[in-house]
Design a protein around this ligand. Structure first.
Ligand SMILES: [Zn+2]
Length: 250
């Protein structure tokens, strides 16, 4: 009985990660494009749902867009933001509390974001292995590193390695680990992320690209490196105070 209870609590924790008033369907399945839900809270041009597959803007990944349909109407989802425990869906109209709705993600945009975000993870891992120094910022088109000896020659080597890994079509593994087993050493950026995750969330979601890159992340990712696609361009530029910026384009 105790074992069953523990298993149920563990599953519930995974469904709720990170702490949220909504069931976060995108955490379980990045490929879910449509879902049924109910409006829990509503206001002028926004709703909060009991469950959602819409990804809210965070971690350098932009929010999803799409639409919400219901009996007798529909509304465009223009932006999705997490505020505290709630995921706000900003709409071009109002939907009353209690309405049963159907959410539809703009899959073209989401998949493009997933590909670039997964590519961002892979590039980070490859650069860190080549002594790029710590990353201080990244989004879907660039990585910023602390001052280091990173040179154009290394960038071209990383580009070739990245494209070879894409060609191998290797799997991305998602698993959960406890906070105490996480080793972020002196990576201040990761420490900042960790601090933003409430302490009662002990299970962190890890993304491992077949040993080439590994980090904790609650974003959306593709299943295999082949889906990321090859790099069309990878460029190095120097920023203020010796920082190195790498621009990447799929
Ligand atoms: Zn991620």
């Amino acid at each position: 009985m105790t074992l069953v209870l523990c298993a149920l609590i563990a599953v519930n924790l995974m469904y709720k990660l990170p702490v949220s008033s909504s069931e976060l369907l995108y955490v379980l399945d990045s490929y879910l494009t449509e879902f049924a839900a109910r409006v829990m809270k509503a206001g002028p041009n926004f709703v909060i749902l009991d469950r959602t597959a819409f990804y809210p803007k965070s971690g350098g990944q932009p929010s999803d867009t799409g639409k919400i349909t219901y009996l007798g109407g529909e509304a465009l989802v223009r932006k999705v933001m997490k505020r505290g425990r709630d995921v706000y869906h900003y709409l071009d109209g109002d939907i009353p509390v209690g309405t049963e709705v159907h959410g539809i993600i703009d899959w073209g945009q989401r998949h493009w974001n997933m590909r670039r975000h997964s590519g961002e993870h892979l590039l980070t891992g490859l650069f860190e292995k080549r002594g790029s120094g710590l990353k201080v910022y990244s989004d879907l088109e660039r990585l910023d590193f602390k001052p280091s000896e990173l040179e154009k020659e290394t960038v071209q080597q990383v580009k070739a390695e990245f494209n070879a890994i894409v060609g191998e079509d290797l799997p991305l593994h998602i698993y959960y680990t406890s906070r105490e087993h996480l080793d972020v050493k002196d990576d201040s950026r990761k420490l900042d992320f960790l601090e933003k995750i409430p302490l009662n969330v002990d299970l962190l979601r890890m993304v491992d690209i077949s040993g080439h890159a590994r980090t904790f992340c609650f974003g959306t990712h593709v299943n295999n490196t082949g889906e990321i696609g090859g790099l069309s361009d990878l460029r190095l530029s120097n920023a203020k105070k010796g920082r190195k910026i790498v621009h990447f384009f799929l």
